[in-house]
Structures are given as C-alpha cells and as structure tokens.
Design a protein around this ligand. Sequence first.
Ligand code: SOE
Length: 385
Amino acid sequence: MKRLQVGVIGIGFIGRQQLEAIQRIAYAEVVAIADQNFEAARELAAQFGIPACYRTGEELIADPNVEVVHNCTPNALHYSLNKLAILSGKHVYSEKPLAIRGEHAAELVTLAREHDVANGVNFNYRQNIALLEMRERVRTGAAGRVFHVYGQYLQDWLASENNYDWRVDPEMGGPSRALADIGSHCFDSAQFVMGQRIKRVYARLITAYDTRIKSGSQETFALGSAEGERVRVTNEDAGFVLAEFEDGTPASFFISQVCNGRKNDQRIQISAQEYCMEWCQERAGEIQIGYQNRGNEVVLTGTNGMISDYARGRASLPSGHAEGWAYPHKYAISCFYDSIRDGSYRQNNLVYTKFFDGGQIMKIVDACLLSQQENRWVEIDLSEP
Ligand code: SOE
C-alpha cells in the first residue's frame, strides 16, 4: 500500500518532535517541510532525507505530493493555514489551539466537514496507555461512581522574568497563555478519561510578572538572559479552575508555568468509590491506585500489563520499558493516519481529538478568561457548529 505523503509546517520544538514521531510510522513518509528559517529547514531536510523544503506553509500546501498537512506553526498562524489546507483538499493535523478565536475554530469545523478531510488537533497526552486504562475503568464502572476529578499541569520554564517566547505575545499566542498552552491538555485528558465534557467553569488567573525581559533565543524551554527589551505581559502565568462535567461531577485544575522545579508535571486524578486513580506524565507507564482499606498499588501499563484488553492492545512495549513522552505522541499521529486509511475520520468520538473537540477546549479556555473578568461561573456551549 502506498505510504501517506506528509508535509510538516514549522520546525520549532513541536515540529521536530512531530517529524520524529512521523518517521517512526511505517505507513507514512514526510515528503516536505517548511519554515521561515529556511536555512534551518534545509539542514533538517538534508538530515532526514526529505525531498522538498519550503519557506512558507502556503508553498508546502500547494505541493501536489502532500496529502496530509501538519501545522506546527505559532498559534496566530493556525487558522489561516488550517483553512488553506482544508480548501486545498488536504487532511490537517493542527497543533493546539485550533485557532485563536472561537468563531474561527467553528468555521474550521464546518469547512473540514464540508470538504471531507480528516482533521485532528495534537492533544497527544490522552494517548498515554495509562489514561486509556483509566478511561476504560470509568466507562465499564470498574472504578465505581466518580466523586471528583483533579488535574494539574505544572512547568517552570517561564518562572524567571527573563524567560520569554512567542506565547507571551498575545498577537502570536492569543489572549490566554498557561491555560491555552498546557491547561488545554489537562482539560482534554480529563474529558477523555471521563468520557464526557466540561459544562461550566470558574477560574482565578495569576500573572506573576507584569513585564518580562524579551531576550535570548526566545525558544520554548530556552534559558533566558538578563539583557533585552522589557515588554508588558497581558496573559496569565497560572490559574486555578473549578469545573463541572455534564453529569455534574465536580473537578478542579491547577495550571502553572511558573512553578519552580516542576518540568512537565501533568497529572489526572480520578477519585471514585472503589479507588482513586492517578496518572502522572513524568511517570508515564504507571497508574497509582489508592485504597481506603488495603495497601495502595502501582499498575504498570504495557503489552503484558495487568490492564484491560482495550488499553493493552494499544501498547507497544512490555511493562517496565517506559513509553515516556515520545510514544503517546506517535500514537496520537498514527491513530489520525489510521482514520484516514480506513475512512473512520468521518465519525465522532474517536480516540484522537478532532477539530470539534479542539474547538470545545478553546471554549473552556475562553470561558475561564471570562470567568476571571467577571468573577462568576461561566457555562460552556456544548452544541456543534
Ligand atoms: C510548552 O509549554 C509546551 O511545549 C506545550 O506547548 C506543549 O503542548 C506541551 O506538551 C509541552 O510544553
């Protein structure tokens, strides 16, 4: 069978990670990359043996060999390139957020449906086998009634005032930063495990620095330098969010990019009647199970893990061979490709996040901003565009 011909736009941190993940999928082939830093793109194309290299996303989308477009550009470019790719009849896998403005996200959902192209947003964490197992235990009722849900996502790469990247600039990143950038993953993971959506939120947001020093390489996770221009900060560094799922289950989330010592500490905890389950991204192959009247346990995921067929069937490595961050990333992309190959991308509730689900996550983030502004609970519109 012919391999899927893929193009990647943007080769910053996430673009390179996606490129590597795609290279590990046997039935796909990267045939083009594009980046405004053309020299860097050319070097990377040579290293990976990628035949075509472009300066702009527009040129890559116009390449007739490209069937699937990965949009790994900064947030401000997501909408226009996603739209162009759809109108050109290409399948699109977009970095989150799907767009910066809600009405743009809704338009993309409609356009993708009308043009019959597969559409996914890169919420890679939900592909952790541990989260699949937790989802299954909620779905089958094995965990019992869920009392409450807790999610956290803590990082420290913006903890100094001289840490800066394009996400701090609202023109490039959008009005929300910590919640849109990493809180969104937590919302997606929690909704995925619960098998239902968040319907209302109340948020208190924190901005640690009114100004930051725009310095150094300005790349995600780069170390800052003391020299540079001082710029105003308008988006949040952290936030507390109270939430409620469709069935009334209460949840809380704690999100921060200024939490010293925490690197990529995302956790999802489900407190249920039978036990409490917790997944921690930095210990990806484990689920911590807590009991009231017996010793707690650690369930290991893997192809021979003591977990459900549903979750085990999606693992690649035996227990103890940590799948870490890269495998779920590969799973996220490969299940998107699978849906192109068998046509199932037209269905809803797939294992990956479709544009519609990505748009819902944006609504949650927007609702948090409004809640902060008006100091009240905000309802989320769950209807489809
Ligand atoms: C930066 O906070 C970042 O790269 C996010 O943008 C990603 O979505 C997350 O997976 C890791 O951290």
